[in-house]
Write a protein that binds this ligand. Structure first.
Ligand code: UTP
Length: 291
């Protein structure tokens, strides 16, 4: 079996749910405490053994490319100040995380369309997709958890969590059967189900590992919900023909495409941040007295 070396991060969506914050800044660049969301995702990929990442962008997302490049003026200013050595290291590290490539999705055709743009980059290898607005904090990187399951079962693998009925109608619903531990076999799924179409409360949240056959399936998949090419529709075909594995992963997922998700991420990650946790705890305790 070919090793999983490549990952795609689709980050070309319009981010309408977090306007006006995402008007001039890509939503993937909105911060969690002291790093933009997409940096957490890139670090997760490299910490999972991924060697090459393709970030799908579009017009107006140049800040993402700048973030993973050197900032010479800033670096030379920091270099002159020994008190700022840690900051210098953190700034330089962004440019040295690993091999990152960029490709523009020239129309906002949906997540499936964004993934299809990566066909030539991926070639004939299995690969990971990390959704650009889903940050997942975990001890064992979630992409690694999915890669392990892919290697064990030899099937496309999707990261899932149980969500409530209102959320599942906005995401997707999977038909699952328990296999072992946190792994399920899945042979059907539906994007944005109506209440009567819900097959389980397991939904794909943020990460998948796919075989290269998914590209041919995507090419033959008609536009779906929102008149966009839906990755879920292609994965449904894969689930129905070959089956996929659903992994109820260990990790906390924050939806950075949604205002509440951004606030939750900042509070929870802040509470664990070595520099801020004590101060933030005291602040929240004080604040909560008046809530
Ligand atoms: P979303 O549907 O959450 O992104 O797609 P969106 O379109 O930005 O959201 P709203 O509804 O307008 O707020 C999930 C991921 O897929 C990417 C997004 O950037 C996000 O990371 N995506 C979506 C693309 O790369 N291209 C697309 O055409 C659509």
């Amino acid at each position: 079996m070919k090793k999983i070396r490549k990952a795609i991060i689709p980050a070309a969506g319009l981010g309408t749910r977090v306007l006006p914050a995402s008007k001039a800044i890509p939503k993937e660049m909105l911060n969690i405490v002291d790093k933009p969301a997409i940096q957490y995702i890139v670090e997760e990929a490299f910490n999972s053994g991924i060697e090459e990442i393709l970030i799908i962008t579009n017009r107006g997302k140049g800040a993402i490319e700048d973030h993973f490049d050197h900032a010479f003026e800033l670096e030379s200013k920091l270099e002159g100040n020994p008190d700022k050595a840690d900051l210098l290291d953190s700034v330089k590290a962004c440019a040295n995380l690993g091999n990152i490539y960029f490709l523009r999705q020239k129309e906002t055709g949906g997540l499936g369309h964004a993934v299809l743009c990566a066909k030539a980059f991926v070639g004939d290898e299995p690969f990971a997709v990390l959704y650009g607005d889903d940050v997942i904090i975990s001890d064992n990187p979630v992409t690694k958890q999915l890669i392990d399951a892919y290697e064990k079962y030899g099937k496309g693998t999707v990261g899932v969590k149980e969500v409530d009925t209102e959320s599942i109608k906005k995401y997707c619903s999977l038909a699952v059967e328990h296999l072992e531990g946190n792994c399920y076999s899945c042979n059907d799924m539906i994007e944005k189900p109506k209440e009567e179409e819900i097959m389980s409360h397991y939904s794909i949240l943020g990460r998948v590992v796919m075989p290269p056959e998914i590209f041919e399936i995507l090419e033959n998949t008609p536009k779906g919900a929102g008149n966009e090419l839906q990755l879920t529709d292609a994965m449904r075909t894969l689930a129905k023909t070959k089956g996929v594995i659903a992994v109820d992963y260990d990790g906390t997922r924050y939806d950075m495409g949604n205002k509440l998700g951004i606030l939750q991420a900042n509070i929870e990650v802040g509470l664990k941040h070595p520099e801020l946790s004590e101060q933030l705890k005291d602040y929240i305790k004080e604040l909560s007295k008046n809530l």
